[in-house]
Design a protein around this ligand. Structure first.
Ligand SMILES: Nc1nc2c(ncn2[C@@H]2O[C@H](COP(=O)(O)OP(=O)(O)O)[C@@H](O)[C@H]2O)c(=O)[nH]1
Ligand SMILES: [Mg+2]
Ligand SMILES: [Zn+2]
Length: 292
């Protein structure tokens, strides 16, 4: 028996798949250990037959969570460096959802990158208009077509040596992009199940894949729809980059940035110093946060 470091690559029915020196080890966890998630770096005690017990979760540089029963929250993936927010001309581009992802990233120490897929379809002036605001805020934008294979080289370069996740509504092309970037993904999925001899890999399990060029992709239909996670109202406001320098200029320290007297954010939106559309979406997202 020896203690080694590993990387959690998937949760399987009967255990957790951990990669140790390029090999998969099927692990259980020590009792009382916090929830282990894909992307976690762990210390484990290896036993026989590629099995082991996870003793410790190493410090996380980021953690994505989502609400579970009632007021509880559940971790879903750890150590993600960047979230690629994918959108397209169709299905209709949902900027409310985009703002929600950006706000989460801003609060969770994760870089957000915009990916405008389906560039082979006719352009939309409305979307272009909105995008100028995001670019002015410093968000990187990739224009790609998964089908025509355009923009993929630059996208690949930005994924290198990072742990990334594709997020976005259903139908925007996340799976198409994943398949383009990870041609042997299905092969790898089967290898995980085979090595651990624990039956088929369920499609809902979050899994970490290695890019041939270096870097990892965490893929999960579940993780892609992590909602507002557990952001509170103050964090949501912080999640709008352009609000950050304004917040302390509001007249009241507990300003909700709604109808409050002397709200610097509302004033800036009225004067179009910040995007009024983004401010309106902030108000909508704020309504979605459960009140205590
Ligand atoms: N025209 C066009 N269609 C695409 C492109 N990428 C994906 N699609 C199509 O969009 C639909 C949804 O793609 P999918 O990858 O399943 O989206 P997901 O739900 O985000 O995983 C499929 O019919 C794809 O063929 C693209 O670059 N251009
Ligand atoms: Mg998909
Ligand atoms: Zn305010």
């Amino acid at each position: 028996m020896s203690i080694v470091e590993g990387l959690v690559i998937s949760h399987l029915g009967k255990g957790i798949a951990v990669e140790v020196d390029g090999k998969i080890c099927l692990c259980q966890t020590r009792r009382k250990l916090d929830t282990v998630v894909v992307g976690d770096k762990v210390l484990l005690t290896a036993t026989v037959n590629q099995q082991g017990r996870i003793d410790e979760i190493l410090p996380r540089r980021s953690l994505l969570t989502r609400p579970s029963r009632g007021t509880k929250i559940r971790p879903v993936a750890a150590n993600i460096d960047q979230i690629y927010v994918v959108f397209a001309y169709e299905p209709h581009c949902d900027f409310l959802l985009i703002d929600q992802y950006l706000a989460i990233c801003e609060n969770r120490n994760i870089d957000a990158v915009l990916v405008f897929n389906k560039q082979d379809l006719p352009a939309s002036p409305h979307i272009e208009d909105e995008l100028t605001h995001y670019q002015a805020l410093g968000y990187d934008l990739h224009r790609v077509s998964a089908i025509k294979n355009t923009g993929i080289a630059a996208l690949k370069a930005s994924l290198k040596n990072q742990v990334s996740l594709f997020a976005g509504q259903s139908g925007v092309g996340k799976s198409s992009l994943t398949n383009t970037l990870l041609p042997d993904k299905n092969l790898k999925t089967n290898t995980v199940s085979e090595t651990t001899k624990h039956g088929r890999h369920t499609t809902t399990a979050a899994t970490l894949y290695h890019f041939p060029e270096g870097g990892n992709l965490i893929d999960s239909p579940g993780v892609a729809i992590f909602g507002l996670a557990d952001l509170n109202e103050a964090q949501l406001a912080q999640g709008y980059r352009e609000f950050q320098p304004l917040i302390e200029q509001c007249q009241f320290h507990n300003c909700a940035h709604v109808k409050d007297k002397g709200c610097a954010i509302r004033n800036a939106a009225e004067k179009k110093q910040i995007s009024p559309a983004r401010y309106q979406r902030f108000l909508k997202l704020r309504e979605k946060i459960p009140r205590p």
